[in-house]
Design a protein. Structure first.
Length: 234
């Protein structure tokens, strides 16, 4: 079973070219701005006060797009090639773990090397990175990696599950419910605090709180796909 699951995972990784292309295109576009700013700095232009957003954020597009493409497009292709639903379930989970790990690892390396060099070189006064914005950098590079991985894994599991049910009535009902929760919770102070608490836990809390919370919630949400894909038409 492990070989079949890995075979489906590899097939899925190959068949999300749209995600790779879009991510690469955005990185190239952002890199051009970096190059211009660096050239201006080398020519003696005062860049004090110049701020930017880290390119590492763009890597988040990989698990995001994959979690849309796998349940909406790759599922039918896999089934038509003779794949099993159970293997697709586990294979997709492997894909999200791999992409979340890659995005987190490359992001942490980039944040602590290239981004730091740009600031130290004077091209930017500051660069907004995910670890800095969410406070993960306060706990060291290992926390930066694992907290980012846990959040991206949760994000992919949620988007995958939400995408998988869009062809059913309860999919649309879930969309309406999510919009209603945001709309209702925001104006009412106690409910707004509850919503703020949730986002604080999955994004801004300490590693020993955030990582287990995100991972457990991700697995709970993703487990729903066992029932969703068992009845999903090919």
């Amino acid at each position: 079973m492990c070989k079949k699951v890995w075979a489906i995972a590899k097939l899925n990784l190959k068949n999300i070219r749209v995600a790779y292309i879009i991510t690469a295109a955005v990185i190239v576009g952002m890199s051009s701005n970096y190059i211009v700013d660096i050239i201006m700095t080398m020519n003696g232009v005062d860049m004090s006060g110049n701020e930017s957003v880290s390119i590492a954020w763009v890597l988040w597009l990989l698990p995001a797009f994959a979690s849309i493409l796998l349940p909406s497009r790759n599922f039918k292709r896999t089934m038509n090639l003779g794949g099993k639903r159970d293997n697709f379930f586990w294979g997709s989970l492997e894909v999200y773990a791999i992409l979340a790990a890659v995005a987190s690892l490359v992001g942490v390396i980039f944040n602590n090397t290239a981004d730091a060099a740009y600031v130290n070189g004077g091209a930017y006064s500051s660069i907004f990175t995910a670890p800095a914005v969410f406070g993960w950098a306060d706990y060291g590079v290992f926390a930066e990696f694992f907290q980012q991985f846990a959040f991206l894994f949760l994000f992919a599991a949620f988007i995958h599950t939400l995408t998988a049910i869009q062809d059913k009535w309860y999919g649309w009902a879930t969309d309406v419910l999510i919009i209603a929760i945001i709309s209702v919770f925001t104006p009412i102070a106690p409910l707004r605090k509850a919503l703020a608490w949730f986002f604080r836990v999955i994004l801004f809390s300490r590693p020993l709180t955030q990582i287990p919370f995100c991972m457990i919630l991700a697995l709970v949400i993703y487990s729903l796909n066992k029932f969703i894909f068992a009845r999903k038409a090919i």
